[in-house]
Design a binder for this molecule. Structure first.
Ligand code: NAP
Length: 289
């Protein structure tokens, strides 16, 4: 029996800063409503200071589970009781679930990324990938590709140290992968792309209308490759437009976005995520707000 005043409403949420453009509440509420659950998902936009203050009081937090996004995916870790094995290897958490009195951290970003590859019918095993950017999203991408059996992974970033850090944290888990780090310069990009089967843009270049093209037309290889841009708005970045025009396969970041949310929903509720419902809610929130 519930104590007087105690509610059976289940509360989920997202912590990050800033959160003005997040579509997670739309996606997760749609999934909760699909099952008629007495539950709601909030976006909690909090500074790092407030977030850490709250995490110190995690035990008394009346949430069933929550997502964390930029810039809290690493900050959250010391406050959790346990990480699942993948989140531990990645060193970043985007989904937290309460199990009994314990808080467990997971990472569904890399799964979301892999679902995008699956949608494009790309099999990573034995292939060569070139990744542009070495920030948070790139970490999930590199882990996902190594986990899926990629043969060679070349990471290019303006700040090489970030790419070196990614390699340093993953090489021990995936020693069979040929890890390469190069500066983001034409003289390195062109030869790397000549041998690539997959190009991933994990930089924000392409988000804004006047952004330059991140890869020159002349650098695209003759053979057909998959070009995967993690950006989901606009739906087609200049990079994807050009790649398509040149006859390459393309995939944008929408599937990654919806599937990281779907996997989180499944972790929290043990129910199959209504992916198409979540995708429609995401599209509405992204493009018809
Ligand atoms: P981030 O942490 O800022 O990382 C971006 C990285 O790219 C930084 O290391 C940045 O270097 C580097 N960079 C910037 N311009 C570059 C260039 N011209 N060449 C090579 N590297 C360059 O951002 P993030 O959180 O990883 O996000 C990256 C992109 O992925 C964003 O567009 C985001 O919208 C998208 N994303 C999509 C999903 C999804 O679900 N589809 C999820 C997460 C992120 P500096 O630090 O020096 O600028």
């Amino acid at each position: 029996m519930r104590a007087p005043g105690e509610s059976d409403l289940k509360i989920y949420g997202l912590f990050g800063y800033p959160l003005a453009h997040t579509v997670s509440p739309a996606m997760q509420d749609a999934a909760l409503d699909f099952y008629g659950m007495k539950a709601i998902y909030f976006a909690f936009e909090k500074s790092a200071e407030k977030f850490q203050y709250l995490m110190k009081h995690l035990k008394s937090l009346q949430l069933e589970g929550f997502n964390v996004t930029v810039p809290f995916k690493e900050i959250v870790i010391p406050y959790l009781d346990r990480l699942d094995s993948m989140a531990r290897k990645i060193g970043a958490v985007n989904t937290v679930k309460k199990q009994g009195k314990k808080w467990i951290g997971f990472n569904t970003d890399y799964q979301g990324f892999l679902e995008g590859l699956k949608k494009a019918r790309f099999h990573a095993k034995g292939k060569n990938a070139v990744i542009l950017g070495a920030g948070g999203a790139s970490r999930a991408v590199c882990f996902g590709l190594a986990h899926a059996g990629i043969r060679r992974l070349t990471i290019l970033d303006v700040i090489e140290k970030k790419a070196v850090d990614i390699v340093r944290s993953y090489r021990k888990f995936y020693p069979a992968v040929e890890w390469k780090v190069q500066p983001m310069k034409d003289e390195f990009l062109e030869p790397a792309l000549k041998e690539a089967d997959l190009l991933v843009n994990a930089t924000p270049i392409g988000l804004h209308e006047n952004d330059p093209l991140i890869v020159s037309k002349a650098f695209f290889p003759k053979k057909r490759i998959l070009v995967y841009d993690l950006i989901y708005k606009p739906r087609e970045t200049p990079l994807l437009k050009l790649a398509k025009k040149l006859g390459h396969s393309v995939v944008n970041g929408e599937t990654m976005l919806v599937m990281q949310g779907a996997k989180a929903f499944e972790i929290w509720t043990n129910k199959k995520a209504p992916v198409e419902v979540m995708r429609k809610a995401m599209e509405n929130a992204l493009h018809h707000k």
